[in-house]
Every structure is written in C-alpha cells, then in structure tokens.
Design a protein around this ligand. Structure first.
Ligand SMILES: [Mn+2]
Length: 325
C-alpha cells in the first residue's frame, strides 16, 4: 500500500512513544468521526501503549453517541489542566473549537492535528505534526492507515470506533467519498469484530420523536430558489426549545433537503441563542458546488460538501419572506 503520510505517521508514532499523558480533543457539536477517532486513539494509547489519555469536548455528546460509547468518558474542558499533558491531539474539524480548548502551547508540549477538511486554519497555534487531506473520507480512515502502516493490531473496540467515523462521514456509504478503499477498510474492520448493524442501530436509527417533528416543521417550510438551485429552510429558536432540537437534528434537515432532485445545495438557517443565526450547508459531489466557498464568504468553514457559518442577527419575516436582521 502507498501511504501518503508515511513521514507524518512515523513522527506521530515517535511522539506517542515518547509522551506520558495525552489529551484528545473532539470538535464542538461532536459527530461520529471526531468521537470515533479520539476513542480509537484512546484505546490504543491506554490499551496498547499503557499510557494515560483523556478525551475532552466542549459540548455534551448527543444521546446516540453516549449509547454507543457505553460509558466512555468525555470530560469538560473546564476540568482539563493543560500543563498535565505532554501531547495534545485534535481530531476532525479542528477549527471547531480546538483553539478554545488549547489557546496556546506550553513548553515541551507537542500538538498533533488530524483532519480531512480543505483548510487547517490555526490562528495562534502551530502544530508540530498536521495532516489534513480531503482525499480521505474521514479522520477515522486516516487513523486506519496509521495503524496499518505501523502494523498495529486493532482490537474489536478500536475497529468499531474507526467504523463509526467512516459510517458517519460517508453517510453510511452513500456519499461520493465512499471509495473502493473505504469499502475495503470497512470489510477489514468487520473482520476485526466491528458490527455495522450495531453501529447503525445505536447511532443512526434511534431517533427521538421530537427530532422527526422538528424535521417536519423545517421540511414544510422548504423552498427552492430556481435561480441558484438552493433548497432552503429554517428552524427558529422556539422550534428548538419546544422540540429540544440539537445541532445533529439541524444537520439532518440539511442532509435530507439535499436529496431533493434538481437542487444544487441545501441551506438550513437556525437561530442560536439570543442573536445568532447558524447556516448549515450541504451538497453532493455530482452537483459541482463547493459550499465551503459560500461558508467562507460568511467567515464560516468546513469542506466542499458540508460547511457552516454563524452570523449575528435574528430571523425575521416580512412580505418578501424570511431574513436575517
Ligand atoms: Mn470528519
């Protein structure tokens, strides 16, 4: 096999062998890829290397990931004492909150960032080792290559964490990032004991009734702009409060709207807090739209097919329709 990141993989292994205590950082509004990758690493660091590792995330895990982890612990950044760690690893969408948790680097501390988005923009921190490559479906796929490169044996748990991230970021093998290599990796992970049906049951098919009701409201409001090919909808603060909506629910709306034929991309606006509006953008490879360009115009980020932004304002309605004011 040809490893694009042989040099980085070698350096990462060296750092893991040198260090004593590792802090693993998942991104805010955590998804299967960020959680799968930090927990696969945690399992390796504790189980195989016999070192200490903690996982932190600024948001609580959605219920389905809680169920999947069966008690796997994620600590709040407030409880993290950064000088305790000699190695910090950020996994997936590191622009989503890594520098909030790790605002600066302490002497003798090493930082590794693993990502698969277009840009790896860090304002204050220069990582010691960084991988960010859009050719990868997920950070879990990068980690699979890392373990494979070093011939590190995967146990059932590690295999299942990696498969969780791959299933999450490929939309259960539905997105264009589902390459033959991804399918081969998935098969190998299954041979190590990872169960696709268990992951799907726990993570993708245990919706709350409120989620479906929230989707119902958003779908009813959906409209297509024939000029841009955008399909748009919105979720108000009131909807989110009444139906206990979360970030996952909203990205679900954007994903479903994106399946409407003839559309170029989907945009779901959602009110957050008192005066913020978040936009979630989705597209598909064959639609030939880079939604990260739209997100970047509004100082957001993400990758070509899945991006987001946040602006100040409220959703208001007049005779021309809904606006952000
Ligand atoms: Mn990812």
């Amino acid at each position: 096999m040809n490893y694009r990141f042989a040099k980085e993989f070698t350096e990462i292994k060296k750092e893991l062998e040198k260090c004593q205590r590792v802090l693993l950082v998942a991104h805010s509004a955590p998804d299967g890829d960020t959680i799968g990758s930090v927990f696969a690493l945690r399992e390796y660091i504790i189980g195989s290397l016999g070192k200490k590792a903690k996982v932190t995330c600024s948001d609580l895990l959605p219920q389905h990931l809680e169920d999947f982890l069966e008690g796997g612990k994620v600590i709040s950044p407030k409880k993290v004492n950064l000088p305790d760690f000699d190695l910090i690893i950020g996994c997936d969408a590191v622009e989503r909150g890594f520098e909030k948790i790790v605002p600066s680097k302490i002497e003798n501390q090493k930082i590794i960032l693993l990502d698969h988005h277009t840009t790896l923009r860090m304002n204050k921190i220069k990582p010691d080792i960084a991988i960010s490559d859009e050719k990868y479906s997920s950070v879990c796929e990068i980690l699979y290559d890392f373990f494979d490169f070093h011939r590190i044996e995967l146990n059932r748990k590690m295999a299942e964490f990696l498969l969780l991230g791959i299933l999450g970021d490929t939309g259960i093998f539905q997105h264009a990032n589902t390459t033959p290599k991804v399918m081969e990796i998935a098969a190998k992970l299954m041979k190590k004991g990872a169960s696709i049906s268990r992951i799907i049951r726990l993570v993708f098919k245990n919706k709350r009734l409120e989620t479906l009701k929230l989707w119902g409201r958003a779908m009813e409001r959906a409209e297509i702009n024939p000029k841009t090919g955008a399909i748009m909808s919105y979720v108000t603060k009131q909807d989110l409060e009444e139906l206990h909506g979360n970030a996952e629910d909203i990205s679900g709306v954007a994903e479903i709207l994106n399946t409407v034929s003839g559309t170029k991309f989907s945009l779901v606006l959602s009110e957050r807090g008192e005066d913020r509006v978040k936009g979630s953008l989705r597209s598909e490879e064959y639609k030939n739209v880079d939604v990260s360009e739209i997100a970047r115009l509004l100082r957001g980020g993400g990758h070509r097919l899945s991006s987001g932004f946040e602006v100040k304002g409220k959703l208001t309605k007049d005779e021309d329709g809904w606006k952000i004011e």
